[in-house]
Design a protein around this ligand. Structure first.
Ligand SMILES: NC(=O)c1ccc[n+]([C@@H]2O[C@H](COP(=O)([O-])OP(=O)(O)OC[C@H]3O[C@@H](n4cnc5c(N)ncnc54)[C@H](OP(=O)(O)O)[C@@H]3O)[C@@H](O)[C@H]2O)c1
Length: 314
């Protein structure tokens, strides 16, 4: 089968199509004929060698975490899925494996049935960012109509889910986006939008109960300036030191710094499926064919994307 892999860390130029044997499955796994893979920033952070501590440096490496497709084969202990089911899911360890290929073998516990009213491109866009959005909201505590929430970098994959899920909870949301994404952020539920290309949210004089930085450009140090006391900063792009030290540091400060690590599971996916059933929109702004996987990553890495970029495989 054809798969996208790389044999050294680097820019999109290291990506290549290689032939590999079709994966074999274990008893608890399913073999999925991949229809689509969505792009996440983590894909290129791993490829550029920014996550070496976790990914190791063994090559070839594969890419892509979130996929959708059709079940081709099930392991002997799998009872919840059958050949022909339309599904979406995630690879277990995106530091060591990738979904961007014609087939992927994964644990059945990380694969869910695709709702009939969304397409494969949309389904492949759900798991990592959708679950991160649900988990982020849990970390925000009680949300009332008066809770002021700032989402910095609100128009990408995670922001799209977060804005719409938060809107259902009733918070007062300020979204920071580029000029091109202002209307999308409003339509997803932002009460107000700050255009980061022309304004600086740090100097506008408003303070927040919750700040979440999806762009990685603000950081806790800056966010503190616009956080109320007894507020939280949610960080989906933590370094190892943040992960290790913040639980202790938070004991002694009223402006908490909370790390977010997406862990897709049935419980969170069910919450997302319920929201999708109730009208949550999944915007896929561009779809590339498998043969243009390199171009797809070049496009996504340039930024300015609203929602998700997807690679259609089969
Ligand atoms: N910890 C976890 O479990 C977890 C899970 C999912 C994602 N993540 C991470 O969370 C981050 C967001 O994910 P994503 O999929 O939403 O990424 P994304 O689609 O790339 O979104 C990031 C957004 O930040 C915006 N941005 C860039 N510069 C900015 C600035 N100076 N001020 C404000 N906004 C700015 C970008 O807008 P423009 O493109 O218009 O510049 C973009 O819309 C990524 O770093 C990702 O790796 C973590």
């Amino acid at each position: 089968m054809k798969t996208i892999a790389y044999k050294e860390f680097g820019s999109t130029t290291v990506l290549q199509t290689i032939e590999e044997p079709k994966p074999t499955i274990q008893d608890n796994q399913v073999l999925v004929k991949v229809k689509a893979v969505s792009i996440n920033p983590l894909d290129w952070k791993i490829r550029k060698g920014e996550m070496k501590l976790m990914s190791g440096s063994k090559f070839p490496k594969h890419t892509g975490t979130d996929f959708s497709g059709i079940i081709e084969e099930t392991g002997s202990s799998v009872t919840t899925l059958k050949k022909g089911d339309e599904v979406f899911g995630v690879v277990k360890n995106n530091m060591k494996e990738g979904a961007l290929g014609e087939y992927v073998a994964v644990s059945a516990s990380l694969v869910w049935k695709k709702p009939a009213d969304i397409n494969f491109h949309q389904a492949a866009s759900i798991p990592t960012v959708g679950v991160a959005a649900v988990m982020a909201i849990q970390k925000m505590g009680t949300i009332t109509p008066n809770t002021r929430i700032l989402i910095n970098g609100a128009a990408g994959g995670l922001g799209m889910f977060l804005l719409q899920l938060l809107k259902l909870k009733g918070g007062n949301i300020t979204a920071v986006t580029g000029t091109n994404a202002i209307n999308s952020a409003k339509s997803w539920g932002a009460n107000s939008v700050v255009d980061y290309k022309t304004e600086d949210v740090l100097t506008k004089g408003t303070t927040y109960d919750v700040v979440i930085d999806l762009s990685g450009t603000m950081g806790y140090k800056n966010a503190r300036k616009i956080m109320k006391s007894n507020s939280v900063f949610i960080n989906p792009i933590p370094g190892p030191i943040d992960i290790l030290t913040n639980p202790i540091k938070n004991l002694f400060r009223s402006k908490k710094h909370i790390v977010l690590l997406s862990a897709p599971s049935e419980r969170y996916i069910n919450e997302l499926l319920h929201a999708i059933d109730n009208g949550l929109q999944i915007e896929v702004s561009k779809v590339f064919p498998f043969t243009q996987s390199k171009e797809a990553y070049e496009y996504a890495e340039k930024g300015g994307i609203v929602g998700k970029v997807v690679i259609a495989v089969n």
